[in-house]
Design a protein around this ligand. Structure first.
Ligand SMILES: O=C(O)CCC(=O)C(=O)O
Length: 338
């Protein structure tokens, strides 16, 4: 399926939508929205899969993708300390992944900023998409099931997704990417729900405190992860709240080259929930750059730009919350006094 990204970027502002603060593909009015989303039949299938399953597969729309993959593998193998030319050698990398290689590698950047992918994501979500982080992996990650939403969230929520690109045919023993279909509709777990505070905490793993809650939900739903047996050049979009991870590497000679690009969407506040206490107005704000054009992406709440410094942003939201609480409690205090 390669018919994506050809409809052209339409205006993202639709004034008469009842839920402008919800991604179109996650809208409670999805059926109605789908009718008027400017999508080809193949793109409608992508939208429907995202809404139903929380993920969707497509062929990466880049005629140069094979050459890009070759160059990336050649450049990165020595950095990972693996011999990519010897199928019999064990592949153990001390660094595991390279984050934000787009800053120095044109191919990584071109994959992250692919205009057809940006165009498609923008039409699926109803706001303009921008890439903000890349991760390159040589082998299976064996990562615990997790959502990206604890690492990267937005206000309004869910305006975030990941695109995972297979840079080779994935072998079943290489520890394929896996996911729990439909789990994007489960509660979006935050610190308050699991009884911990996040702000000011430094952690080795931002997601570790959430593992028990996810495992319990999976058991409750009797859900099982499915593996993505991807072909080279296939890509998978996952929604912010989809549980996904990497399965066990059963053969350490096998590589599993992949690139993950994380995307946000315009006109949101961007922050790290694992290190925030939202209800106290304490947000670990992110100050992002659009990989595609190098422009900073400000944190915006309903058209109002938050101040640039994280501390000021926190103060602003904190002050707002305090005054909302005051407004809410003031009549009660008056009543008590009289
Ligand atoms: O490639 C994988 O195994 C998972 C990557 C991932 O979960 C992520 O980048 O968020």
């Amino acid at each position: 399926m390669n018919e994506i990204g050809n409809a052209g970027l339409v205006s993202m502002v639709v004034d008469d939508r009842p839920f402008p603060g919800v991604p179109l593909i996650e809208s409670p009015l999805f059926g109605t929205e789908l009718e008027r989303m400017p999508l080809s039949p193949a793109e409608k299938d992508v939208a429907t899969a995202l809404n139903r399953d929380g993920f969707a597969v497509f062929d990466f729309p880049d005629p140069d993708i094979d050459a890009r993959i070759d160059r990336i593998r050649k450049e990165f193998s020595p950095r990972f300390g693996i011999d990519d030319t010897d199928p019999a050698s064990p592949k153990h990398s001390p660094i595991g992944r390279i984050q934000d290689a787009w800053q120095t590698n044109e191919d990584v950047k071109a994959i992250a900023a692919n205009p057809d992918v940006l165009d498609l994501l923008s039409r699926l979500y109803g706001r303009r998409a921008f890439p903000f982080q890349t991760l390159n992996f040589p082998v299976g990650t064996q990562q615990h099931l997790h959502t990206d939403a604890v690492h990267f969230s937005s206000i309004p929520p869910r305006f975030m997704c990941g695109v995972w690109l297979a840079m080779e045919d994935i072998h079943v023993d290489a520890g394929p990417l896996c996911y729990i279909a439909g789990s994007h509709k489960w509660p979006m777990v935050d610190n308050c729900m699991i009884g911990r505070k996040g702000s000011g905490v430094t952690l080795e793993s931002a997601q570790l405190p959430f593992h028990d809650a996810w495992v319990a939900m999976i058991a409750e739903q009797q859900a099982a992860p499915q593996e993505f047996m991807a072909r080279k050049g296939q890509a998978l979009i996952w929604c912010a709240n989809l549980l996904h991870g990497g399965t066990l590497r059963r053969d350490d000679r096998l590589t599993r080259w992949s690139q993950v690009t994380h995307y946000y969407f315009d006109d949101c506040v961007y922050y790290t929930p694992a290190m925030s206490d939202e209800y106290l107005g304490r947000l670990a704000l992110r100050h992002l750059v659009n990989i595609a054009d190098g422009t900073p992406r400000p944190n915006i709440y309903l058209g109002e730009q938050l101040a640039a410094e994280p501390a000021v942003g926190r103060k602003l939201l904190g002050k707002r919350l305090a005054s909302a609480v005051k407004r809410f409690t003031a009549p009660a205090r008056k009543a008590t006094a009289s």
